[in-house]
Design a protein around this ligand. Structure first.
Ligand code: PEP
Ligand code: MN
Length: 337
């Protein structure tokens, strides 16, 4: 339920409404707009909306019929812009994230990051805990990988994202990582999502392998309901009957989600296609369709990469794409960072 306050309702009246709904067993989520404040009352209890309508300063009470509430544009009409130490995702800002699939060695990360930083990239990726289809495949360096990622990022003044796989890992991730990534396979790990709701760092939430947009947004709702407002959605391709590409990139998800939700949507063209030569065209298509950022796999030596070498760009190849995307952003009147 959304409680829209009158434009002139002061802090005192707003607080009284918050106290009232809390006492009725609801959580209150506040969205302060330019004109008026909206209070999202979220909970499982039943309440007579007339009781709220009668409170001082309340303009109207809207029951939201959609299952997602806090992620919805009805709750927050303006775009959410997530600022990760100066790098912005959302609104007119396009954020670029690049790096290898997984952290292998210090030298590999150092070489890759050095090049990426020289091109202008500020956010470094690299998995330390890898969700692999086969239990016999490389599972990641674990905490050692996170340490390398942090050390290299600090050396080049970059911020980092890495995938967290379970609740117990969260405190460790908070020590090393600026954006916590939830992988496609964990999109509906509800315990993980609930715990990430308590975190005060941005979450990059990948779309599940076969998840509908509604299921994806409900997962974001889990994080937001816990109080974490900073969710970046990531379209990374979905399963279809097509086998030539690893997945099928759902470009239409970008404008569809942006209409329903205020959250930024970034695209991962690497996992979406699985093919190096398809990454550039899909990156350009995503930005043209309005994506608020990209996460691209880049490796200093893709042919010797431990995983996902075939979809990883050579640094020089990435630079060419990066320069083209910057030019595209100018045409689209977007801020590229
Ligand atoms: C990744 O980004 O490293 C990854 C495993 O991606 P996804 O969860 O989208 O498959
Ligand atoms: Mn990968």
């Amino acid at each position: 339920m959304l409680i829209v306050m009158q434009p002139n309702a002061g802090e005192e009246k707003i607080q009284k409404v918050i106290d009232f709904i809390k006492q009725k067993g609801f959580d209150a989520h506040i969205s302060k707009g330019a004109d008026h404040t909206v209070i999202g009352a979220v909970g499982r209890k039943v309440i007579d909306k007339r009781d709220i309508e009668l409170l001082d300063g309340v303009k109207e009470v809207i029951r939201i019929s959609s299952p997602y509430k806090l992620v919805s544009r009805v709750f927050k009409p303006t775009d959410t812009i997530i600022d990760v130490k100066g790098v912005k995702f959302g609104g007119d800002h396009i954020g670029m994230i690049a790096g290898p699939c997984t952290v292998e060695t210090y030298e590999q990360m150092d070489e890759t990051a050095k090049k990426l930083k020289s091109y202008g990239v500020k956010v470094l990726r690299g998995g330390a805990f890898k969700p692999r289809t086969s239990p016999y495949a490389f599972q990641g360096l674990g905490e050692e990988g996170l340490k390398i990622l942090r050390e290299v990022a600090d050396k080049y003044d970059m911020v980092v994202t890495s995938e967290v796989m379970e609740v117990a890992q969260i405190p460790m991730f908070l020590k090393y990582v600026d954006i916590l990534q939830v992988g496609a396979r964990n999109m509906q790990n509800f315990n993980l999502l609930k715990s990430l709701g308590e975190v005060r760092k941005p979450i990059l939430l990948k779309r599940g392998l076969s998840a509908t947009i509604e299921e994806w947004l409900m997962s974001a709702e889990y994080i937001m309901a816990g109080g974490n407002r900073e969710v970046i959605l990531c379209e990374r391709g979905i399963r279809t009957f097509e086998h030539i590409t690893r997945n099928t990139l759902d470009i239409s998800a970008i404008p569809v989600v942006q209409k329903i939700s205020h959250l930024p949507v970034v695209v991962d063209p690497s996992h979406a296609t699985g093919l190096r030569d398809k990454v550039a065209p899909m990156s350009k298509a995503s930005i043209a369709a309005g994506a608020n950022g990209l996460i691209i796999e880049v490796h200093n030596s893709p042919e010797t990469a431990v995983c996902d070498g075939a979809q990883s760009l050579y640094p020089e190849q990435f630079k060419e794409l990066y320069d083209e995307l910057k030019a595209l952003a100018v045409v689209l009147k977007k801020e590229f960072n």
